[in-house]
Ligand binder design. Structure first.
Ligand code: NAP
Length: 352
């Protein structure tokens, strides 16, 4: 297979750095361009970035010159970790130029013709790309809000097995979810902030689209109601979601556990490089999952689920943990791209 040339938009940010880290030695993709704001443009990546991603900056990227996002790039696809204040128009510009855009930003997520994709949950929603009308090769595909991802991955087996009608979820979200430099240390150390701007609306709406039914033309959202309360907590990486769930039909805790364990990832046999061996890691140890202990499960791509128990108000309760900048951002977008390459939707453009 021909290797694909990849650009990273917002490459200097918290998510952008995860793209750089995760794409080092990727078997299909080569990072050939990095883009950020005018503040970073013209500098070598190693000089423009405040590297917080662990390990060293990959040599293959460290000396690339950062360009201003929006400039034409000789690439086959771009991953976007752009700030939402600018992501919308810049991403549309690349799609109109025939480039595939895999975005983490919120701007296009809820548009009817834009897939909001988690490959193990709704791979068929990629069919929406056919309705976008961009020139050949051009498309916009998004991945969900980082807190939404863990919740949806845990809900998917329950939707399939029993139906889900109501969800009451409280999230405890890591500081890396606020980007870099993010939340001031004097606000978050030894503290909990019971507000994350715009987050609750995303957690209440995005799951319904992702878990909705695609009939080849439109996605009909899941007919359910979600109530979310989102908190920022002094954790480095890993968003924890504590949910009470009202099911479509009665089920025992044992049946719920069995459904979670029996869920078979549709990616199982596809050989996608970033697909984790285990999509869900289900534990019955009451102490788990914990961000510090389990956030890196499956290289940050496995969602950990625990505390499955009866709920005296709704039907069942559980806790889900997701690595917010890997499965919840860069890793999720890379897996989306791999699925689309596998489906033949992303290909090499004319190369010089
Ligand atoms: P971040 O650390 O603040 O990084 C933002 C990036 O956008 C930087 O590369 C920055 O470049 C660039 N940028 C800012 N203003 C720009 C402009 N006017 N023109 C071009 N580029 C500009 O934010 P982040 O946490 O990585 O988040 C990036 C996106 O992913 C956001 O839309 C966020 O909502 C979403 N997201 C984040 C997470 C997470 O866990 N952090 C998870 C899911 C989705 P400079 O360095 O040059 O300023």
């Amino acid at each position: 297979m021909q290797r694909l040339r990849v650009g990273i938009l917002g490459a200097t940010g918290a998510v952008g750095q995860q793209f750089v880290r995760l794409l080092e030695r990727h078997p299909w993709f080569d990072v050939t361009a990095v883009a950020a704001s005018a503040r970073s443009a013209g500098r070598r990546y190693r000089d423009a970035v405040q590297w917080i991603s662990g390990g060293a900056i990959p040599d293959s990227v460290a000396d690339l010159e950062v360009v201003e996002a929006g400039q034409s790039l000789p690439v086959d696809l771009v991953f976007s970790g752009l700030d939402a204040s600018v992501a919308g128009a810049i991403e549309t510009g690349y799609a109109e130029a025939g480039v595939a855009v895999l975005s983490n930003a919120r701007n296009h997520r809820m548009k009817p013709d834009v897939p909001l994709l988690i490959p193990e949950v709704n791979p068929d929603h990629a069919g929406l790309i056919d309705r976008q009308g961009f020139p050949p090769g051009g498309m916009i595909v998004t991945n969900p809000n980082c807190a939404t991802v863990g919740l949806v991955c845990a809900l998917k087996p329950l939707v399939d097995a029993f139906g889900v009608e109501t969800v009451q979820v409280t999230t405890m979200q890591a500081v890396s979810g606020a980007g870099y430099p993010g939340v001031p240390s004097l606000d978050i150390l030894g503290n909990v902030i019971p507000f994350i701007g715009g987050e609750e609306a995303k957690v209440e709406t995005e799951p319904l689209k992702i878990l909705g039914r695609f009939d080849g033309e439109v996605v009909t959202p899941l007919d359910a109601r979600v109530s979310a309360q989102c908190n920022r907590v002094p954790v480095l990486d890993g968003h924890l979601a504590s949910a009470s769930i009202g099911l479509g039909r009665r089920a025992t805790v044992a049946e719920v556990l069995a459904a979670l364990r029996a869920f078979r990832s549709p990616l199982h046999d596809l050989g996608l490089p970033s697909a984790p061996e285990r999509f869900l890691d289900v534990t019955e140890d009451d102490r788990y999952p914990q961000p510090r202990r389990h956030v890196d499960a499956g290289g940050g791509m496995t969602v950990s689920v625990g505390r499955v128990r009866a709920c005296p108000v709704l039907d069942v309760r559980l806790v889900a943990l997701v690595h917010n900048t890997v499965r919840g951002a860069a890793g999720g977008a890379i897996l989306n791209a791999e699925l689309l390459v596998h489906q033949g939707r992303i290909r090499a453009r004319n190369q010089p």
